[in-house]
Design a protein around this ligand. Structure first.
Ligand code: GDP
Length: 517
């Protein structure tokens, strides 16, 4: 029952589409009124908290991922916030492994943008059901049919309008509910007026004459889109489309209702040995994010655990399956936006924070004893590879420790070249390098600089043929390394080089994506 009323979701959007504004309004609707309007303020407060966050302040972007919990009509929503800046997309990808659904926010004037598309592709990899919210309807927007066509074509996804807009731009009045005939008008506040259908004379009373015909015609033509099919939605092949304005607080209630009704409750999760059902009594979960220094008074690191089955209680001891170690969970943290609250219990679909001193890693599975590992917290092959250099050889050991800890948090990926040369770090976005340098200095007192490398890409080398792996390793000692977990990686200067290697070593696989354990 507790799992069934949970909805764990994320919002995916291109920067500026309105994700922050929508988040604020969702929290407001969810009764977390004291938080509304503070999503941004939270960033400001955080920024003063630790030195490395200065980067956020200087560049005006949000680096940290957080979890927001709110409740409405008996449904517990866990909104996992994802950083919008593309330099931190790795964080975003990992967060998407911990949700059961996503809301895709699209700017009505812009349609599908680069980042929307990338994030959508990650959702598709995992068949995450997507609800689309076309935002900024209060402004000059593109033609609705054109927008829907674009979603359908560029994302190869069936679209079905859950609402149809009444009026557009400055004349935007509200929406007609396509799933259960009703009118939601801005002027009427958040309440819906139920209708018998498009012919209902109430429409003529409530909608200005100039818009009535356009609405009836539009909504009728819209019925040419496939009808909403909850199975197709849950399999990730169809998206219901809502329209609204986050800024004007319109369409939010309708969207939440859609999430509550259609978005799946926590489901079965694949692990290496079997599928884990949420209603199983024993607790299981996996770590998808690690964050340091969320609070200067707690210098520990917080691991974000997505619960997959069972019930988490304060004081439990859980088994980290990677090492077999026991991890005490004395004070699990719920993240009600900015306040750390000690949770009494948590259920599948919830995310809790576990403070620890660097024991937990991204991708770790925790159980009550069973040796299983959840799949699917990915590492992506970074495209920016740099050597980390220090002036003072005395701090070499400190640097290694620092890099290892920061790599565990997922700040950067760390590679130890097999020829013994200085460590190489890999990032998806250049901004991660700034964060690393700043934190090395502020938290570990290790000033460092970067040196370029000849490589433009890396791949994880995998094969059942261990002898071939060893041969490859020996053939290219200067272009190979071990990653943080000791897996073999190969560096390449160009696509051409990589293609050559693939041809020369047919028994090896060169992987762009690696699941962490
Ligand atoms: P994010 O980068 O996706 O988090 O986007 P924000 O929520 O910060 O919004 C970007 C800009 O768009 C801000 O100036 C918002 O005030 C504005 N905005 C967001 N939603 C709406 C909307 O529904 N209508 C209008 N007109 N502006 C909006």
């Amino acid at each position: 029952m507790e799992a069934a009323r949970r909805r764990a979701f994320a919002i995916i959007a291109h920067p500026d589409a309105g994700k922050t504004t929508l988040t604020e309004k969702l929290l407001l609707r969810g009764g977390a009124i004291q938080l509304a309007g503070q999503v941004r303020a939270k960033g400001d407060r955080r920024r003063t908290r630790s030195d490395w966050m200065k980067i956020e302040q200087d560049r005006g972007i949000s680096v940290a991922t957080s979890v927001m919990t709110f409740e409405r009509d008996g449904v517990v929503f866990n909104l996992l916030d994802t950083p919008g800046h593309e330099d931190f997309s790795e964080d975003t990808y990992r967060t998407l492994t911990a949700v059961d659904a996503a809301v895709m926010v699209i700017d009505a004037a812009k349609g599908i943008e680069a980042q929307t598309r990338k994030l959508f592709e990650v959702c598709r990899l995992r068949d995450i059901p997507i609800i689309t919210f076309i935002n900024k309807m209060d402004r000059e927007s593109r033609d609705v049919f054109e927008l829907l066509d674009e979603i359908e074509k560029t994302l190869a996804l069936d679209v079905t309008p859950a609402a149809w807009p009444v009026g557009a731009g400055r004349g935007f009045l509200g929406t007609y509910d396509m799933l259960e005939p009703a009118l939601h008008l801005l002027a009427e506040g958040s309440g819906a007026v139920k209708l018998s259908g498009l012919d209902d004379p109430k429409i003529d009373e409530m909608v200005p004459a100039a818009e009535v015909e356009a609405l009836r015609e539009g909504a009728e033509l819209a019925s040419a889109f496939p009808t909403f099919d909850i199975e197709a939605f849950r399999q990730g092949t169809m998206t219901p489309v809502y329209f609204g304005s986050a800024l004007r607080d319109f369409g939010i209630g309708h969207l939440l209702e859609g999430l509550a009704r259609f978005a799946p409750q926590p489901g079965a999760r694949p692990a290496d040995t079997r599928r884990v059902q949420p209603e199983e009594p024993a607790l299981t979960g996996f770590v998808f994010k690690i964050q340091a220094n969320m609070d200067p008074n707690h210098r520990d690191r917080v691991a974000f655990l997505r619960i997959c089955s069972g019930r988490l209680e304060k004081g439990m001891r859980l088994r980290q399956t990677r090492t077999g170690k026991q991890v005490p969970v004395n004070a699990p943290l719920f993240f009600f936006a900015q306040d750390r609250q000690v949770a009494q219990e948590a259920w599948p679909g919830d995310v809790v924070g576990i403070a620890n001193h660097g024991i937990l890693r991204i991708g770790d599975t925790l159980t009550e004893g069973e040796a299983l590992n959840f799949r699917g917290v990915p590492s992506f092959a970074p495209e920016i590879l740099r050597r980390v250099m220090i002036e003072d050889a005395m701090v070499g050991k400190k640097l290694r420790t620092a890099l290892e800890q920061l790599a565990e948090e997922g700040v950067v990926q760390l590679f130890r070249p097999l020829d013994g040369t200085p460590p190489v770090v890999g990032v998806v976005g250049a901004l991660q390098l700034d964060v690393l340098a700043e934190r090395l200095k502020a938290e570990y007192s290790v000033p460092s600089r970067y040196e370029s490398t000849p490589w433009g890409m890396m791949r994880w080398v995998a094969s059942d043929d261990k002898a071939a792996m060893e041969k490859f390793r020996q053939s290219a000692p200067h272009d190979t390394a071990e990653d943080h977990d000791g897996a073999l990686v190969a560096f390449f200067t160009s696509d051409w080089r990589r293609n050559r290697a693939e041809e020369e070593w047919p028994m090896l696989k060169f992987l762009k994506l690696r699941e962490q354990h």
